[in-house]
Design a protein around this ligand. Structure first.
Ligand code: DAH
Length: 358
């Protein structure tokens, strides 16, 4: 067959017959697209035939050209139909395939979390006082100056009321007698509870407090537990008894304790409670070099004292009829001593490699 016209006619006829079969044999979209490229692509069969048409007489060229274009449309339509068929088959195979079981356990073990060491220590302290008969109460972190300072008998010029130590908060529309700040200690709970109830009462409260402090042992936000007991004839002996028992329950029954005189404006007399250093308890000569107690053998753990009559007066409790004691301690310090944590900031960075150790 040397006649190019006859060759093209035969080629078109052959293509018209074969293309369906070729598309049918393609069982994936990729195979189907490859088959289409073989027929219609730049180097495909039909393109090859169209190229040969240049040599034909014009009439024949037009006629065969129209046929070729018709065939091209037909092949394209069959291609689209087969494409849809394959997509449908894929979807149906998916529907009858064994289902994915979403209830299967994951492959990676998921580590179980636990409470933050500070929460654990804080709860433990509150629990010990709970066992000793104290109720728990709560106080706000944004507090009026009166509950944080004034009712607790801080003189107006006391250094702790200074702007250096406190974060003051703007209360819009409030006058100068309604100033507010982030509480600097949990002693605000004393002022609040004593202002709205009458003795007897034995209360503890834990929570966040804020000061303008920031170094290895001080954080601008930290935690305290405050406690107080008010009744008729409460004496310093009861303060000593309760707090000694607390220290022994927290640090062990053999723990030595001592009370040292100290000053806080809301108590008289005031004291600090020390416990024997837990890091150099053995008298083996290591004491002098102990960095935690600095060789003294004692660690200060809380402030305490007999509630000052001025505080009772400011809160509306009869200071002739009642006496009471109060105490306050820092939770971070207890946790740092217990676990030997050298830097307070570790407690707030929340690095799981650190928290995972408790
Ligand atoms: N509020 C004191 C402080 O933050 C701690 C304190 C000392 C509380 C003596 C008391 C107390 O209730 O009696 O440093």
């Amino acid at each position: 067959m040397s006649d190019p016209g006859a060759q093209i006619v035969a080629g078109l006829a052959s293509l018209g017959q074969r293309h369906r079969e070729e598309f049918k044999q393609a069982s994936t979209e990729q195979e189907l697209r490859a088959a289409k490229a073989r027929l219609l692509g730049k180097k495909g069969e039909l393109t090859g035939m169209l190229k040969q048409m240049g040599a034909l007489p014009p009439d024949l060229r037009r006629e065969l050209g129209e046929r070729a274009n018709g065939l091209k449309r037909e092949v394209e339509a069959h291609f689209e139909a087969r494409l849809a068929e394959l997509a449908l088959a894929l979807r149906q195979a998916d529907l009858v395939a064994p289902p994915v079981d979403l209830t299967l356990p994951g492959r990676l073990p998921v580590a179980r979390g636990h409470r933050h060491p500070l929460s654990q220590v804080c709860d433990e302290i509150l629990e010990i006082f709970g066992e000793l008969g104290f109720q728990t109460a709560w106080g706000p972190e944004v507090e009026f100056e009166s509950n944080n300072f004034t009712k607790l008998a801080f003189p107006p010029d006391h250094p702790a009321t200074d702007m250096q130590d406190s974060f003051w908060v703007d209360v819009r529309g409030a006058g100068p007698d309604l100033r507010a700040l982030l509480r600097t200690h949990t002693s605000n709970v004393q002022a609040r509870e004593m202002s709205h109830r009458q003795p007897p009462m034995a209360i503890v409260s834990g929570g966040r407090v804020y000061r303008r402090d920031d170094d290895v042992t001080h954080s601008p936000m930290f935690h305290q537990v405050e406690g107080f007991l008010v009744d008729e004839r409460v004496s310093f002996a009861q303060l000593k008894g309760v707090l000694t028992e607390f220290a022994r329950r927290l640090y062990g029954t053999e723990t030595p304790v001592r009370f040292r005189p100290s000053y806080f404006p809301f108590v008289e007399p005031g004291a600090e409670l020390d416990v024997g250093c837990v890091f150099c308890r053995l008298d083996d000569g290591s004491r002098e070099s102990c960095r935690v107690c600095k060789g003294t053998g004692w660690l200060e753990i809380l402030g305490c004292g007999m509630i000052h009559p001025r505080v009772f007066d400011a809160c509306g409790i009869d200071s002739e009829a009642f006496t009471g004691f109060a105490f306050g301690l820092g939770v971070e310090r207890v946790a740092m001593l217990r676990y030997g944590i050298p830097d307070i900031r570790l407690l707030f960075e929340n690095d799981p490699r650190f928290l995972g150790q408790f």
